[in-house]
Design a protein around this ligand. Structure first.
Ligand code: 5GP
Length: 196
């Protein structure tokens, strides 16, 4: 669809944004499809290539940067590149769907800047940095070093929240899900009206 929309959910790692994005994807009337990012990091646990990410070697990732294949890309952590392929957005629009992104704050704001009218950019805030640390520890997918790296980054990311269209504070997951649903469906509705 030529006028497909872009829904960006950005947040510090561990804020619960992935749960929110998964919930929204299950709501068929929103016609959302997930933008699978490319990354040069190693797959974790049971992550699947082409489903969770397109896992590329550092070399492959850099070649795609050179060939201008990314809408946005970033070195989120040292030697860990992440990016949105232009082909991915086009794939979803061609299916007649809207694109939903689960990406970091810089990438999210880049997309908002590239497509200001088509994009709804939502920031998901953890209740506190302390709570974020507890959630990351519970997840048990990263070493203490990596957790500390993510917590340090979170403080910087929180400062960008006012640049987003909306902020959801994830204190209570059910309320956060309701808020997210309302924001996305309102945005779709408003956009439909403006097309006429
Ligand atoms: P993780 O390694 O935990 O899957 O992701 C690390 C960070 O990279 C998260 O904040 C995630 O949202 C971000 N990220 C994932 N995909 C992209 C992308 O396509 N572009 C950008 N800029 N960040 C991404």
């Amino acid at each position: 669809m030529a006028d497909g929309k872009l829904i960006v959910f950005s947040a510090p790692s561990g804020s619960g944004k992935t749960t929110i994005v998964q919930f929204l994807l299950a709501q068929e009337e929103l016609k959302l499809d997930f933008s699978i990012s490319a990354t040069s990091r190693e797959p974790r646990g049971n992550e699947v290539n082409g489903k969770d990410y397109y896992f590329l070697s550092l070399r492959e990732f850099k070649d795609k940067i050179k060939n201008d294949e990314f809408l946005e890309w970033e070195e989120v952590y040292r030697d860990n590149f992440y990016g949105t392929l232009k082909s991915e957005v086009n794939r979803i629009w061609a299916e007649g769907k809207n694109v939903i992104f689960d990406i970091d704050v810089v990438g999210g704001l880049d997309i908002k800047q590239i497509y200001p009218e088509k994009t709804l950019a939502v920031f998901v805030k953890p209740p506190s940095i302390e709570e974020l640390k507890i959630r990351l520890k519970k997840r048990k997918t990263e070493s203490d070093d990596k957790i500390n790296m993510r917590v340090a980054k979170a403080s910087i990311e929180l400062a960008t929240a006012p640049q987003f269209d909306h902020i959801i504070v994830n204190n209570n997951l059910n309320i956060a899900l309701e808020e997210a649903y309302a924001l996305v469906s309102d945005f779709m509705g408003a956009e439909k009206k403006s097309v006429k």
